[in-house]
Ligand binder design. Structure first.
Ligand code: PMP
Length: 310
């Protein structure tokens, strides 16, 4: 493909940005939970552009689309997201001057709306009590009405989403644990984190146990869990990967937010707490091992949750 000067320029800007994506620290959990013979580590995924794990897939989706010509200079990136992916697109979009349009359920938290506006994203509100599924439908419709205007990023169906984790997160974890990881634990949203990281880890060492998490029904609808709440199975999900699927008690997870703040000095989000609850369940069930999970974001965007806890 012959690249225009504008596309080349975009690719150069993306390559400069790439050093602010991924390469997150691996934090040892030692006081919020401890058991002789077992170690738990968490990737601090908020230490990237846009403040969450979603920097990785958002960046790769954009980079792959620019490379393949699907995202042309002058077009706007379009997707549905109730949270972190939208913020990641908006931050990266601002950094490389690509306009970003997000279909967002109107009941998304004020913090999220403010962050998106701060990064200059264009927000299309979907219905007041709408789900992420409905926001996806609206994004698809908008794309089919104006295919020339938009690049539809489709995080739930875009292979670049899981590939981001396959090419970055998994290798980082393997290197940071010096190959000693025995278990990988992660919650499912679009499923990109679990699917991509797991696929690569399995190639690096087929013995690694892969555990996916779902929150129980009790707290669905509460801010902080919405990303895990899609009625549909994402297109990129592969049910054959997990060795185990665990349900997480969301009340237990909420207790962990407090414990981790006061014993580890980290203010983690509800989904990070759910991942830690999963890692602890696994730790309780084994005698020896190195368990790795991810903390997708910190608690700064969850004012309601923090107020109810502290
Ligand atoms: N936790 C948070 C806070 C998230 O924003 C997301 C993704 N939307 C997830 C967990 C789940 O990650 P994934 O989409 O890769 O399954």
């Amino acid at each position: 493909m012959l690249l225009t000067a504008e596309t080349q320029d975009l690719q150069e800007q993306l390559s400069t940005l790439s050093s602010f994506i991924g390469n997150t620290p691996l934090f040892p959990i030692t006081r919020a939970y401890s058991k002789p013979g077992v170690k738990i580590y968490a990737k601090l995924e908020w230490q990237q552009l846009g403040g969450s794990v979603k920097a990785r897939p958002a960046f790769r989706i954009i980079q792959d689309a620019v490379k393949s010509g699907q995202l042309q200079p002058g077009q706007s990136l379009l997707d549905a997201s109730s949270g972190n992916t939208a913020i990641a697109y908006a931050a990266i979009g601002a950094a490389i001057q690509i306009p970003v349009t997000i279909c967002l359920p109107e009941n998304a938290s004020e913090e999220r709306k403010t962050l998106l506006k701060a990064f200059g994203a264009n927000i299309v509100y979907t219905s007041r009590f709408g789900s992420t599924d409905e926001a996806q439908e609206i994004a698809k419709q908008l794309y089919s009405d104006y295919p020339d205007r938009y690049f539809y990023a489709d995080q739930y169906g875009n292979q670049s989403n899981w590939q981001a984790h396959y090419h970055t997160t998994a290798n980082e974890i393997f290197r940071q644990t010096k190959g000693e990881i025995t278990h990988f634990v992660a919650g499912l949203g679009t499923t990109g984190t679990f699917t991509g990281t797991s696929r690569k880890l399995k190639e690096l060492n087929p013995e690694i146990e892969l555990i996916s998490l779902q929150p129980d029904a009790a707290m669905h609808g509460l801010e902080g869990w919405k990303h895990l709440e899609t009625a549909r199975v994402p297109k990129i999900y592969d049910a054959t990967i997990a060795n185990q699927n665990l349900a997480i008690d969301t009340y237990e997870a909420f207790d962990l937010i407090q414990k981790v703040a006061q014993k580890e000095g980290l203010l983690i989000s509800p989904s990070a707490a759910a991942n830690l609850a999963g890692a602890i369940k696994v730790a309780d069930s084994i005698e020896e091992g190195v368990i790795v999970t991810v903390f997708p974001d910190n608690a700064e965007k969850y004012a309601e949750v923090l107020k109810s806890l502290f």
